[in-house]
Write a protein that binds this ligand. Structure first.
Ligand code: NAP
Ligand code: COA
Length: 264
């Protein structure tokens, strides 16, 4: 892809950007000439991601912090301040997930996921806000289908991600006058990710999932990165407060398609 999206020399911060979909997004921006800052809990994962991102030939740096701890994020950002002046694009994608029936979960299990996904998104935005590029800043929250579709075994994730979507919309309203565009992406089932490994661990479950997607394939990390780049680019200059499913049509009613198989 030629570099016409205008990310050269821009600073892109990805919370939870050390593996899976979020690292895929970070790599896509690095490929487009952006400088990348990534953060997550594990310093080892941060180091490995920074090494991978640096290979694109631009600045790559990062810090370890738990998104549940706003002071740790503030300290982490401060520790990297020599590498950047402001943040032009921010992706907030950290998440926790495990399948469990609602009432079989401990209160702490439910709280852990809500804190990582929802409070963690608030904390990251709050801590990074002093660094927002003046007049032209793009924030993208990574949501999940659970924010719009109730799913058994996913009460914690459904509640947390619905909150993430609503937080994104409120921020779009509150920050628009400062030139901050806030949008969300709802990835569908994305191949070769921790999320899929946890929710569709068997080949049979994966195949069922594939058959429930109208486009008849699982998504790729690049599918999600492409939408993130679009939302962060001037092509989306008038888009704010949108939460966009990137799921091959899966959220239209994948279960019905898998069961009835219309037209197949
Ligand atoms: P993943 O590889 O497990 O990525 C999660 C990232 O968040 C990792 O970098 C992890 O690194 C970090 N993280 C977890 N807890 C954290 C915390 N408390 N503080 C800071 N960082 C934390 O998962 P993935 O499957 O690619 O999912 C990425 C995003 O896409 C998530 O928001 C998920 O909800 C969404 N999504 C995924 C799918 C899918 O099919 N996989 C579908 C829909 C939506 P550390 O372990 O180092 O903290
Ligand atoms: N079923 C039920 N409860 C579970 C569980 C499961 N499979 N896994 C963890 N829990 C509970 C724990 O028992 C604990 O509750 P307790 O204190 O009442 O015993 C609570 O959840 C917190 O667990 P802990 O391991 O201390 O949390 P953590 O902060 O270290 O890790 C998780 C958070 C549990 C979400 C962990 O899976 C994680 O780090 N996930 C990140 C990666 C990920 O989920 N990627 C996919 C994104 S879609």
């Amino acid at each position: 892809m030629s570099r016409w999206l205008g990310f050269e020399g821009k600073t892109v911060f990805v919370m939870g950007g050390t593996s899976g979909i979020n690292l895929g997004i970070a790599e896509a921006f690095a490929e487009q000439g952006a400088n990348l800052m990534v953060a997550s809990r594990s310093q080892e994962k941060v180091d490995a991601a920074v090494e991978k991102l640096a290979a694109f030939g631009h600045q790559a740096f990062g810090f370890s912090a738990d998104a549940r701890d706003v002071e740790a994020i503030e300290a982490g950002l401060k520790s990297q301040a020599e590498h950047f002046e402001s943040i032009d694009v921010m992706i907030v994608g950290q998440a926790g997930n495990f399948p469990a029936p609602a009432l079989a979960m401990s209160a702490n299990a439910f709280k852990s996921v809500v804190d990582i996904d929802l409070l963690g998104t608030f904390n990251t935005v709050k801590a990074a806000s002093p660094y927002f590029a003046k007049g032209d800043m793009r924030l993208i929250a990574i949501s999940a289908p659970q924010s719009i579709l109730p799913m058994p075994m996913q009460a914690h994730v459904c509640a947390a991600k619905a909150g993430v979507d609503m937080l994104t919309r409120v921020l779009a309203m509150e920050l628009g006058h400062q030139g901050v565009r806030c949008n969300g992406i709802i990835p569908g089932p994305i191949d070769d990710t921790e999320g899929m490994a946890r929710l569709a661990p068997s080949e049979e479950a994966r195949e069922h999932c594939r058959r429930s997607v109208p486009l008849e394939r699982l998504g790729t990390k690049r599918d999600i990165a492409n939408c993130a780049m679009f939302l962060a680019s001037p092509l989306a200059d008038y888009i704010s407060g949108a939460i966009i499913p990137v799921d091959g049509g899966w959220s239209l009613g994948g279960a019905a398609l898998a069961a009835l198989g219309a037209g197949r």
